[in-house]
Design a protein around this ligand. Structure first.
Ligand code: ZN
Length: 444
């Protein structure tokens, strides 16, 4: 145990140096070293002004968590302090479970999305994906679902596995490999010279047999679930979204059955009807973007507990990117807000996913702010993020709450996120699986 702890602290020091660069790195390394030098503690006590119980919304003050190895062993106002336990006092902060982003693209960065596959090699993109995983973790995201490598094949397998082995810092990951799309579909390289044979950013599957074969190939290469493009291209006409479906109900059902065979599931990019209805009927795990949901679709989502993942941040980002972007994207954004309010009123479940990648990694806690801004309470958004997110990523009972037996995925945010959700955009402390990944600046 002592050795395991020593290893953890060494990793913390190395990572801090790797992560922060320059002065901050030295400070963090010094901070880590100071407690690493003390007789290799086998338990850590985290102490903060408050702790939020996500399930009930109850705030415990002060909040303490006893961490033993990679898991939480006690939570309360005053936990026991085993001999040699290291106490980390996080001051006037609130302890929360590590955040979950149910829709990320580690293999994308800001700049022309369709050109990244064309201009950048897969090895180059893997380097950037590793940095993206680190940035997301430092922002407090300790678990993520990667929704497609966008043409980098199963390169996400290597990133996930390196994180799991402790070789590089990053969130726990559920990965899809490449996404699946029809020929000429939403993610195909449509606007290029056909003679250049520019590759699609997804894997083609045009029939039930091809869908099953693509899922099997991806799973062979390490995928946890399948991501499918179900709708697009999108257009706004007379203030209403129109978006053709890509796969039939029968095809989506075949995909759901195939992934269920290995314990996986299907997530769809689905902006509107009738694709969103087919997805709900087929029993997908989540409907992502989910801008337009009919009453029948929402009824099924409630009955089957299928969350919508609104991904407001990506829409906001493209709208604010340029004047042309604003003109093009604003009607869609306004429509999306109006529909979201209907979805809240209908009582459908939500999970939180930002679609980060096209906008900078590590900034995606904005999604929680936007879900509050457009109608949910801070507690509802945190519950959607953490409880529904844990279920969606198939880690229910393991992450998403601060309870004995759960993984010690813990963050600290200033003040109270229930009073001001923007606290989650200022994460000062990150622990994942009992390993300290980020410490507050000592000048705090
Ligand atoms: Zn996406």
């Amino acid at each position: 145990m002592a050795n395991a702890c020593k290893r953890q602290f060494v990793r913390t020091i190395e990572r801090a140096a790797f992560v922060a660069g320059s002065t901050l790195a030295l400070t963090l390394a010094g901070y880590s070293q100071s407690f690493a030098q003390q007789a290799a503690p086998h338990a850590v006590v985290l102490r903060a002004a408050h702790l939020l119980e996500i399930g009930t919304g109850r705030v415990i003050s002060p909040g303490e968590i006893l961490v033993d190895g990679e898991r939480i062993s006690a939570v309360g106002t005053a936990v026991s302090r085993p001999a040699g336990a290291q106490v980390i006092d996080l001051g006037d902060t609130t302890l929360l479970p590590g955040l979950i982003d149910a829709h990320v693209h580690l293999f994308l960065h800001p700049g022309a999305e369709d050109l990244q596959t064309v201009q950048e090699s897969v090895p180059q993109r893997i380097v950037l994906a590793i940095l993206a995983a680190r940035d997301d973790l430092m922002a407090g995201f300790t678990a993520e679902r990667d929704m497609g490598t966008e043409g980098a094949g199963s390169a996400d397998t290597a990133v996930r596995d390196a994180i799991n082995k402790g070789l590089i810092p990053g969130p726990r990951l559920r990965i899809s490999g490449n996404a699946i799309d029809i020929l000429g579909g939403h993610e195909d390289a449509i606007h290029f010279n056909p003679a250049q044979q520019v590759l699609s950013n997804a894997t083609y599957a045009n029939s039930t047999d091809e869908i099953v074969a693509a899922i099997r190939q991806q799973h062979k290469e390490g995928s946890d679930f399948a991501k499918m493009y179900e709708t697009g291209p999108d257009s706004m006409r007379d203030g209403v979204l129109h978006t053709p479906y890509q796969y039939t109900l029968a095809q989506l059902k075949a995909a759901v059955e195939e992934t269920a065979r290995f314990g996986g599931n299907v997530a769809v990019h689905a902006m509107g009807e009738p694709g969103t209805l087919y997805a709900a009927q087929a029993g997908v795990a989540s409907i992502d973007h989910a801008t337009q949901l009919s009453d029948e679709t929402m009824r099924i989502m409630k009955a089957k507990d299928i969350p919508a993942v609104p991904t407001f941040t990506i829409f906001e980002y493209f709208m604010n990117e340029s004047e042309a972007g604003a003109k093009r994207e604003r009607p869609m954004f306004e429509y999306k807000i109006k529909e979201f309010k209907k979805q809240i009123a209908a009582g459908i479940p939500f999970a939180v996913g930002s679609d980060v990648g096209p906008f900078p990694h590590g900034t995606q806690a904005r999604e929680l702010e936007l879900m509050v801004k457009y109608g949910m309470t801070p507690l509802q958004v945190l519950q959607a993020d953490l409880i529904n997110g844990a279920k969606l990523l198939r880690w229910a009972g393991q992450i998403g709450e601060l309870k004995p037996g759960y993984f010690a995925d813990i963050i600290a945010v200033p003040g109270s996120p229930l009073d001001d959700i923007s606290a989650v955009t200022h994460v000062s402390f990150v622990m994942k699986g009992g390993v300290v990944e980020k410490l507050p600046s000592p000048s705090r």
